[in-house]
Design a protein around this ligand. Structure first.
Ligand SMILES: Cc1ncc(C[n+]2csc(CCOP(=O)(O)OP(=O)(O)O)c2C)c(N)n1
Ligand SMILES: [Mg+2]
Length: 559
């Protein structure tokens, strides 16, 4: 096998169907091996940042690993923003960087950089391949690291002298031969018993549903547990899709852009089952005004280093969210039947959920032109299909979606995952659609975020990716304008934007462009765009909206 072919066979063995990147002389020996193949393809983006974001979206939507293939120096350096998102968002993206030949390093050769050093802090593993024959072994190592425990990106640097005109002997291995493919780590039985006892005797229990539920496919078990014990259901920030939002125990999402009702439920809970969540800043602000000091926490995480990291725990359980949820279900059923009756808590939870619904429906009566950004959301709730994937960019107007859109199916909400990078929305949205072509895909951006990577409309058109992208245009970096208004006396610098018409921009690229000024027109425009087999951009002009500080007690609106 040629060396480039060996790289591809190792990717194929893991089921990788798309690779993402921009070509360069160091990777031609890899990418040309995809010539004429349909089982593995090279999605040629217009900037490597777009490639990394798309790989992230692909991987999060499909639950599968994928790869970026980029060239030496700047070609790979351009991945940094997107790969750091994959790191924060726990996506198994393998970066294969064709580097300069080993003769070029340590003497300031053209495009020679310490790429391993650059990627080390934003990947689970970063290393340089040092021998052609070791390419398959290094790829096995990469997949093993990327897919073990908490997933994440891995960086592999391959100097071009190990690739060009080199051959390797041997057959590709199946993944089960070099990594644990069926590893569900169960919790310690004694810890399970203690946790079950605590949950069963709770008066106001709450299940905080984290991203671990999505990764471990534990949504059904989490809901069963909540039903068995009358636990209020609150997802951790950004993981609203961990549990079905139509469930009667669902209160709403917490966090800075979340619902006040969820914050209240968290605060009132006497026992919290933190299932697959770290209880990190975005959900809790690390603040005892969010989670009561007296609240007993049962924390379940696949990573032992996360247990008790953010709050002291009553019981810490290291394990897979689904395996542990199953254990807890059995332990409660066997030992404690239904626990104590919790009629009072059930009605408190129902009242909080009803209050939230009324608040959201109340936004239907918002008037004015341009429309308030909140007014967009009742229309989207009406029209988005149940399994629709939604990517939310940073920014105030798209961020209103956290509380206002409802999710029923895991792997349908995608965001910046504690990374905070403005401009990820469009490309991550494109990636989600490639990852799950059977599901509709929508991305929500502000005018600031959209122009970060809008050149990838070209990629969407060439690859016929039917993403429906909504640009909520308030002609400003609204999130930052709000900060300058509140904390800097309205001395506005760098926040007011002059934009092109985004629908026209889309049309110039060959995509469908739509311009929607009235709330009543949103549903029809969305239906038309969702039915299309190519990419659409819908511009909706919206009013500036400066939200009051976060509804969560600890939130100050500043980070
Ligand atoms: C890469 C990056 N640069 C800058 C920021 C700071 N930032 C956060 S939100 C925001 C403004 C977003 O504007 P827009 O996308 O138009 O959304 P809006 O808040 O106006 O709804 C900025 C500049 C960031 N989060 N990430
Ligand atoms: Mg804006």
């Amino acid at each position: 096998m040629k060396a480039g072919q060996a790289v591809l066979e190792a990717l194929r063995a893991e089921g990788v169907e798309y690779t993402f990147g921009v070509v360069g002389s160091t990777t031609n020996s890899i990418v040309t091996e995809m010539y004429g193949r349909s089982d593995i393809r090279f999605v040629d983006t217009r900037h490597e940042e777009g490639a990394a974001f798309m790989a992230y979206g692909y991987s999060r939507a499909s639950g599968r690993p994928t790869a970026c293939i980029t060239t030496s120096g700047p070609g790979t350096i351009n991945l940094v923003t997107g790969i750091s998102l994959a790191y924060k968002g726990r996506a198994p993206v393998i970066v294969i960087a064709g580097d300069v030949a080993r003769d070029f390093i340590y003497r300031d050769g053209s495009q020679a950089f310490d790429l391993v050093g650059l990627f080390k802090p934003i990947t689970k593993l970063a290393l340089e391949v040092n021998k052609t024959e070791r390419i398959p072994e290094m790829l096995h190592y990469a997949f093993r690291a990327a897919l073990a425990d908490k997933r994440g990106p891995v960086f592999l640097d391959i100097p071009r002298d190990l690739l060009d005109d080199q051959t390797i002997a041997g057959e590709p291995l199946r993944p089960g031969a070099y990594r644990a493919v069926e590893a569900r780590i169960a919790g310690d039985p004694q810890a399970i018993q203690r946790a079950a006892a605590l949950l069963a005797q709770a008066q106001r229990p709450l299940l905080l549903a984290g991203g671990g539920i999505i990764d471990a496919e534990a949504s059904k078990e989490a809901v069963a547990l909540a039903e068995l014990l009358d636990m209020a259901l609150v997802p951790s920030y950004g993981h609203t899709d961990a549990v079905p939002n139509s469930h009667h125990l669902y209160v709403g999402p917490p966090g800075g852009r979340g619902s006040a009702e969820a914050a209240e439920a968290l605060h009132r809970a006497d026992v919290i089952l933190a299932l697959g969540t770290r209880l990190n800043q975005a959900t809790t602000f690390w603040d005892y005004r969010v989670i009561n000091r007296e609240t007993q926490i049962v924390q379940v995480d696949i990573d032992a280093q996360e247990i008790g990291r953010n709050y002291p725990v009553a019981v810490g359980i290291v394990g897979d969210a689904r395996a542990v949820a199953e254990q807890l279900l059995r332990a409660v059923r066997d030992t404690y039947s239904q626990g104590r009756p919790k009629a009072a808590w059930r009605s408190e939870v129902a009242a909080l959920a009803a209050r939230r619904q009324a608040r959201l429906q109340g936004e239907l009566s918002l008037t004015g032109t341009p429309m308030m950004p909140q007014r967009v959301y009742p229309e989207l709730r009406r029209v988005l299909p149940r399994d629709c994937m939604v990517t939310i960019d940073a920014g105030v107007a798209p961020g209103l979606a956290y509380d206002r859109l409802h999710f029923e199916v895991p792997r349908t909400l995608f965001n910046y995952a504690g990374h905070g990078g403005l401009g990820m929305g469009y490309c991550v949205g494109l990636g989600t659609k490639l990852g799950r072509p059977d599901r509709p895909a929508v991305s929500l951006q502000g005018d600031g975020g959209f122009l970060y990577t809008s050149q990838e409309i070209n990629t969407a058109v060439r690859w016929r990716i039917p993403l429906v992208s909504i640009v909520l245009n308030n002609s400003c970096h609204g999130a930052e304008k709000a900060q300058q208004q509140r904390h800097f006396g309205g001395r506005y610098i760098g926040v007011d934007l002059v934009n092109p018409r985004f629908d026209k921009l889309a049309e110039v690229y060959g995509a469908r462009g739509m311009y929607v000024q009235h709330p009543e027109e949103i549903a029809d425009a969305m239906k038309e765009a969702l039915a299309s087999n190519g990419p659409s951009v819908i511009e909706i002009p919206v009013a500036e909206y400066f939200p009051t500080p976060a509804p969560t007690p600890g939130g100050t609106g500043r980070h």
